[in-house]
Write a protein that binds this ligand. Structure first.
Ligand code: MV4
Length: 450
């Protein structure tokens, strides 16, 4: 196992990684911006190094500053958490060149999955179901029209270098295609420095379902069930649960077997998530892969009993999955996560400032991942996630009752939070019945307005 790990992140995930290291007897080095001087990830790490001014580009995203801190502290490895540098293949390459283990997949694999159309073709090769679409990128609006006619409208144009919803356009008719093609390409060029597009059949009201995988450095891959992440607004997930009510044991087994084979062939390593869309016929189609630990990983931890961050550390230090996991991983009960954001519950405007009161719920089946505390400060420079409330129960009904109880005991004063929004969602009949897709929040908010 590593002697010392630098945690290249902030907030709850930095603390989550520090906790896993501590329990494995690994020393930790926090890095922090000037705005995070009093953060818990700084307080609970063995060492802490300030790497720059508050803005992420000046600190957490500053590769030379992070590497310098790693050299000065003499660490063996860097854990990138999620977001920030976690899916930056160049950063992973700099780590490799500096003899520092990057806790994640090799840079070549990160780069492959970052090129969304290449990832799509790689999955297709391995029999993972994909949507009808282009074979590779589309060079011109004319070619786009040909592909669209062959697969049938509506279609969606996506940026090859994109992901997370940017540089996408839904195209419903041939007439509007040329303009939307150029708009998507320009937006992608500005956002990602690459205007190349590909095309897929557009699914109107998909569910977002993703599978968690772990892969060791000896070619072994295990899929650890799925998460249902359809409750989102503007590509920001609000609630995640595991398992999905829509995925049958047979579907789960088939997808898992295919993914295990596919990722072993690709040479995948460490934790990863494979995102699927589910259509009205409950068929699953691969859309993209995330090569990092995700925000919502605790719901998988709850139903499997596996500590995914410890598994990441053990995999990166060369251990085999067979030594990390129990002989058979059973799916136990049901877990739900609410993302508690520092934002207005109706207007969704970010809310920075000092927290004046903070009471975290506890008790049976409750987990709270947060780096916040009473008298703590939410700086305006970073994403608005301040806590994750995760519940586990014997079934979805018990998990829901637990979540409602926990939400009612979660007190945050001094800033706005999404707690009351979550309470509203948990009273919604469609949500309670599991009748939702990625359009749920739009309908829910429209209903609330009137
Ligand atoms: C789609 C789609 C419908 N059809 N692709 C949005 C983010 C990116 N990861 C993929 N996204 C979508 N791709 C096809 N072929 C609808 C979405 C989409 C979406 C997907 C998952 C969760 C929320 C979403 C919200 C709007 C659109």
């Amino acid at each position: 196992m590593f002697r010392k790990v630098l945690v290249a992140n902030r907030g709850e995930i930095a603390l989550r990684v520090i906790n896993a290291c501590r329990e494995l007897g690994v020393r930790t080095v926090a890095v922090y911006s000037e705005a995070d001087r009093n953060s818990l990830h700084v307080r609970f790490a063995d060492e802490a190094i300030c790497i720059g001014p508050p803005r992420p580009t000046d600190s957490y995203l500053n590769v030379p500053a992070v590497i310098a801190a790693a050299e000065i502290a003499d660490v063996d490895a860097i854990h990138p958490g999620y977001g920030l540098l976690s899916e930056n293949a160049n950063f992973a390459e700099v780590c490799r060149a500096s003899n520092i283990k990057f806790i994640g997949p090799p840079p070549e694999v990160t780069r492959l999955m970052g090129e969304k159309e290449k990832a799509r073709q790689a999955m297709k090769q391995a029999n993972v179901p994909i949507l009808p679409g282009s074979d590779g990128v589309i060079a011109t609006a004319d070619e786009a029209l040909q592909v669209a006619r062959s697969i049938g409208f509506p279609v969606i144009l996506k940026a090859k270098a994109g992901g997370g919803g940017r540089g996408m356009r839904i195209v419903r008719t041939a007439e509007e295609l040329p303009n939307l093609y150029h708009a998507a390409s320009t937006e992608a060029a500005n956002a990602f420095g690459n205007g190349e597009l590909y095309m897929e059949k557009f699914i109107e009201q998909p569910r977002h379902i993703e599978f968690q995988v772990l892969a060791d450095e000896h070619g072994n891959v295990t899929t650890l069930f799925e998460r249902e992440c359809s409750i989102q607004r503007r590509h920001q997930k609000l609630i995640e649960e595991a398992p999905s009510l829509q995925v049958t044991p047979k579907m789960r087994e088939e997808i898992s077997a295919t993914l295990n084979r596919c990722l072993s062939e690709i040479g995948y390593q460490n934790a990863g998530t494979i995102e699927f869309l589910m259509d009205e016929d409950r068929k699953l189609y691969f859309i993209e892969m995330n090569t990092r630990i995700q925000v919502e990983h605790p719901v998988t931890e709850a139903i499997t009993g596996i500590d995914l961050v410890k598994a990441q550390l053990r995999i990166a230090s060369g251990e085999k999955l067979s030594d990390i996991l129990p002989p058979k991983v059973e799916l136990r009960g049901h877990a739900i996560e609410c993302r508690i954001n520092a934002e207005h519950p109706q207007k969704f405007t970010p809310s920075a400032g000092k927290i004046t009161a903070f009471n975290v719920p506890g008790g049976n089946g409750i987990r709270v991942d947060t780096a916040q505390y009473a008298e703590g400060v939410v700086p305006p420079y970073y994403d608005s996630l301040i806590a994750k409330l995760i519940v586990h129960g014997k079934d979805r009904a018990e998990a829901m009752a637990r979540m409602e109880r926990a939400l009612s005991q979660f007190v945050v004063q001094g800033i706005d939070t999404s707690i009351s929004l979550h309470q509203g969602i948990f009273q919604d009949e469609d949500f309670r019945n599991g009748q939702f897709d990625t359009k749920f929040m739009e309908r829910f908010l429209a209903r609330r307005q009137s």
